[in-house]
Design a protein around this ligand. Structure first.
Ligand SMILES: [Zn+2]
Length: 266
């Protein structure tokens, strides 16, 4: 394909997806990579990650799965009520795993593939704390932040190679960009920082999702205060952009009345 054809098709895709709006915040977004491709990468890389890490099977992992499934169920009902949102989770096959790793981290890949690290449990403390994290991570996936970041990551790190070209010619590099885009790496330099805008959007959506699942979103304030007080260990996803904790908590408090509209209690 010559350059002008590539540009024309890129613009066409951009036009087609530009109508896409992020649920809840209604932000217009330009996520240029085909979700189907990301979904395929997600399945491969999720399996690969789990093979290289020790999965935990105990009461704690049961709690992760329980909270995860509660959240997934509530999110599915909500998304399916709205036609234009429904396609965002059409091919999701939720999975929730706890891995042995002292990093304070969690992430969700396209298709609802979630990992929580044991290092995070000291801060989540209970089911509601886990729901805060789960809501935030699921929100990143549903809002297609990874897609937006990866489009950007491919442009900056790979000189704008088309994804299919990049995948076949530089599979290792493409995989690194993918893992980095979802916070699934603890290697500094490979991780693409979530922007403040993405973090704030994931916080808001996460509050609504936890409320829908019957977890009181007010608990998010205490959770982020515990997170702010935690200075030990690596916190790859959560502190990746060094958003001011004070600002983050302030914004969460401002959004709580809105989130509470979705909360019916258990
Ligand atoms: Zn985040």
């Amino acid at each position: 394909m010559n350059m002008s054809k590539i540009i024309v098709s890129a613009l066409l895709v951009a036009f087609l997806v530009s109508c896409s709006k992020v649920p809840i915040t209604n932000r217009r977004q330009m996520a240029l990579l085909p979700e189907s491709t990301l979904m395929t990468m997600s399945l491969t890389n999720y399996r690969d990650f789990l093979m290289k890490h020790t999965s935990v099977v105990n009461n704690q992992s049961s709690m992760v799965k329980k909270v995860g499934n509660n959240m997934a169920k509530a999110v599915e009902v909500f998304m399916k009520q709205n036609k234009k949102y429904a396609k965002r989770i059409k091919n999701f096959k939720w999975e929730f795993n706890l891995v042995q790793d002292k990093a304070v981290n969690a992430w969700c890949m396209p298709g609802g593939k979630v990992v929580v690290y044991t290092g995070l449990l000291a801060i989540t403390k209970n089911e509601t704390g886990l729901a805060v994290v789960m809501g935030h991570e699921i929100a990143h996936a549903i809002a297609r932040h990874g897609n937006e970041r990866m489009s950007q990551g491919l442009l900056t790190q790979m000189g704008g190679l088309a994804l299919n070209v990049a995948m076949s010619s530089q599979p290792e590099q493409t995989k690194k960009v993918f893992m980095g885009a979802y916070g699934a790496t603890t290697t500094v330099g490979l991780m693409l920082p979530f922007s403040r805008m993405h973090e704030s959007e994931a916080d808001k959506m996460g509050l609504v999702f936890m409320a829908l699942a019957g977890y009181n979103p007010n608990a998010a304030v205490k959770f982020w205060e515990r997170m702010a007080a935690n200075k030990s260990g690596k916190t790859p996803e959560f502190l990746s952009t060094h958003p001011s904790d004070v600002t983050r908590i302030k914004k969460i408090k401002e959004f709580l009345p809105e989130a509470m509209k979705y909360y019916k209690g258990k």
